[in-house]
Design a protein around this ligand. Structure first.
Ligand code: COA
Ligand code: AMP
Length: 637
């Protein structure tokens, strides 16, 4: 007898159109589709072509119309401001419609972009939904990015309006958003027509010409109705790190996204409407887009929006307090948060102080979940701990233990099996033929690729960059999307994620480009050459380490240069990069063709065995690097 998981996987694989059409019945459409999957223009596949829909209607209004207006939609829990507040679906509808009216008054029309630069407050979710309501395309920028990163996104998305707040709060530190935004707009070639700013009690910003006060604008606005958009129209752009300093604008559409996220809530996360779901992330990341805002609301759950860090002083035990205060049934966070908790409460004493009977499952994603941490969480919480793997581009899980389809046995170190709808293959290049590939047998490590077409919800392309979409993802293996991760599948079909195949690193669950950091270091006037590698860190999984070669005769010492480099990355990329370790070296190890041996240096830094590459002539240089890294006293896993 096959299991429900196996039957669902088979059905999604053999009849994807029938499978997703059935899932689409859970969504309210203005007009149904002409074709479930339009594959007339490969490799650009479009789901639910010809359909019309509104994402905000599905996330908010339809629940009110179904008589659930008084159900909590969003619980705001903010220890940094000492506030908790609950918005019902009716409240959310009212605020969203009003803010949509504000945007409309500012000339925002269907297809226009709106940039959202906001902390973790309910208005940030309202802002996203208000855009969706009138068919505007939002682009949320994470608050931990610096002005230069914000400027890059403004110049790519060309937003008509910016929605922001006066400040963010990082534990006890007030982050003054307005100067950051002003600096970004001064740097960008494109100038948004207007900014709407929410004044928070913790800090008041000075408004300039073209700036509008959020509350005044809301009071003056007429509520706006949901506007039908094409299912294939963009809902949002979310920029994510690529291999250079220029981020990639991942596009999400409306129809496929609605269907996939709703399906995932029931089948991947095993969550029912009315239950409380908490993704402890930030709306600036894909986890925040998909599982703080859209999926729980589309599915009619109550979402928790938490402002602050749920670990460390003074918030130790915050995870457990929030779960017990709000009756959370599913918690989703990054393994790094659990490593931090394990470090501060190794015996789980704080956990025992709270009633966690509502918690059914803990989900971990965003970076490798190390088996020690997973076992610790299983033991201390007494609930299944589900590692699952996906990325900004897909928007929802690729490989998971789909608890809604019947949990499979857990193998520590593996995010379990492919999610129905995806077709995961382990590939390597075949010698000779360009684009040719060979599928690897069980147990052999290769590039993890997804057979096209990708299921609904995944990126249809990059923002105004079809060529970049093909070059970045589709050109390596003909007929496949390459994920940038390497790994293998075992005899039982469990996937193991081993490493990235590019120079992206994962710092505290945040995806960052070492190439982007190298560009910043190289701009320092004394730096002739540099390399940034991701090294193992016992808390954050990985942290960046910079090695720089100074111009001959620069006359500067390491003690002078390193703090400048650290500050430059913080100023230009943002504090979230956690770039704190750097050293000056005489030269960098390179192959005969001039390629810097980043992989070998990373192995040395992590204390892993390494072989001296055959392509290197100068062996002594690796000894020098080993000595420099040993002197740094690195924080290894
Ligand atoms: N605005 C401004 N600064 C921010 C910021 C924001 N929104 N978010 C983070 N930063 C800053 C932090 O204050 C910190 O600054 P510091 O170097 O001055 O201390 C820096 O960016 C690095 O932040 P972070 O990587 O979050 O490290 P941390 O040591 O402050 O906290 C954890 C570590 C594990 C507690 C934290 O990352 C966490 O709670 N993660 C949970 C899950 C998560 O967010 N996952 C991501 C996607 S699933
Ligand atoms: P992001 O797009 O920021 O969500 O980052 C996606 C990348 O994070 C993936 O391509 C992986 O490299 C890594 N990642 C996400 N989830 C996992 C996981 N469960 N195990 C290992 N790596 C993961």
């Amino acid at each position: 007898m096959s299991t429900l998981y196996e039957r669902t996987l088979r059905r999604a694989g053999t009849d994807p159109e029938g499978f997703w059409a059935e899932a689409a019945e859970q969504i309210s459409w203005v007009k149904r589709w002409d074709s479930v999957l339009d594959d007339s223009n490969p490799p650009f596949h479009r789901w639910f072509a010809g359909a019309q829909v509104n994402t905000c209607y599905n996330a908010v209004d339809r629940h009110v119309e179904a008589g659930r207006g008084q159900q909590p939609a969003l619980i705001y829990d903010s220890p940094v401001t000492g506030t908790t507040a609950t918005l019902t679906y009716a409240d959310l509808q009212d605020q969203t419609a009003r803010l949509a009216g504000v945007l409309r008054n500012l000339g925002v029309r269907k297809g226009d972009r709106v940039l959202i630069y906001m902390p973790m407050i309910p208005e940030a979710a309202v802002a996203m939904l208000a855009c969706a309501r009138i068919g505007a395309v939002h682009s949320v920028v994470f608050g931990g990015f610096a002005a230069r990163e914000l400027a890059t996104r403004i110049d790519d998305a060309l937003p008509r309006v910016v929605l922001t707040a006066s400040c963010g709060i990082e534990i006890a530190r007030i982050i003054d958003y307005k100067p950051l935004l002003d600096d970004a707009i001064a740097r960008s070639a494109h100038k948004p027509a207007a900014t709407v700013l929410l004044q928070r009690p913790q800090h008041s910003a000075t408004l300039g010409p073209g700036d509008h006060d959020w509350h005044e604008a809301m009071a003056a606005a007429q509520p706006a109705d949901c506007v039908p958009v094409q299912a294939t129209d963009p809902l949002y752009i979310l920029y994510t790190s690529g291999t250079t300093g220029i981020p990639k604008g991942v596009v999400r559409d409306n129809g496929g996204h609605l269907v996939a996220l709703d399906w995932s809530m029931k089948n991947v996360y095993g969550t029912a409407p009315g239950e409380v779901y908490w993704a402890a992330s930030d709306i600036g990341w894909v986890v925040g887009h998909s599982y703080i805002v859209y999926a729980p609301l589309i599915h009619g759950c109550t979402t928790v929006l938490y402002e602050g860090k749920p670990v460390g002083t003074p918030n130790a035990g915050a995870f457990w307090r929030v779960i017990s205060d709000h009756g959370v049934s599913a918690l989703f966070t990054a393994p790094t948060a659990f490593r931090a908790i394990k470090r501060e409460d190794p015996h789980g004493d704080l956990i025992r102080q709270f009633d966690l009977s509502s918690l059914r499952t803990l989900f971990l994603a965003g970076e490798r979940a190390d088996p020690d941490t997973v076992r610790w969480a299983e033991e201390k919480l007494g609930v299944p701990v589900i590692d699952h793997w996906w990325q900004t581009e897909t928007g929802w899980p690729i490989v998971a233990n789909c608890v809604g389809l019947g949990a499979l046995p857990v193998k520590h170190g593996s995010p379990t099996k492919v999610v129905p709808g995806y077709d995961v293959r382990i590939l390597e290049h075949e010698g000779g033929s360009a684009g040719g590939s060979r599928e690897l047998p069980a147990g052999e490590t290769g590039a993890i690729a997804l057979r096209l077409p990708l299921p609904p919800g995944c990126l249809p392309t990059l923002w105004k960059n079809d060529g970049g979409y093909i070059d970045s993802y589709l050109s390596e293996f003909d007929g496949y999307y390459q994920t940038g991760d390497a790994g293998f599948v075992d005899e039982d079909g469990y996937l193991y994620i081993m490493s990235r195949t590019d120079d992206l690193i994962n710092v505290a669950g945040h995806r960052l480009s070492t190439g982007g950091m190298e560009e910043i270091l190289a701009s320092h006037p004394d730096v002739a050459e540099c390399a940034v590698i991701g090294i193992a860190d016992s808390l954050k999984g990985q942290v960046p380490l910079g090695l720089v070669v100074l111009y001959a005769g620069s006359g500067r010492t390491e003690a002078e240069i390193v703090p400048e480099l650290v500050q430059t990355v913080r100023d230009q990329l943002g504090p979230v990069a956690s770039f704190k370790i750097a050293a000056v070296v005489d030269r960098l190890p390179k192959t005969r063709s001039g390629k810097v041996l980043r992989g070998t240096m990373r192995r040395i830094a992590d204390g892993e065995p390494y072989t001296v590459p055959a392509t290197i002539d100068d062996h002594a240089i690796l000894d020098e690097i080993e000595k420099t890294l040993a002197e740094l006293g690195l924080p290894r896993l």
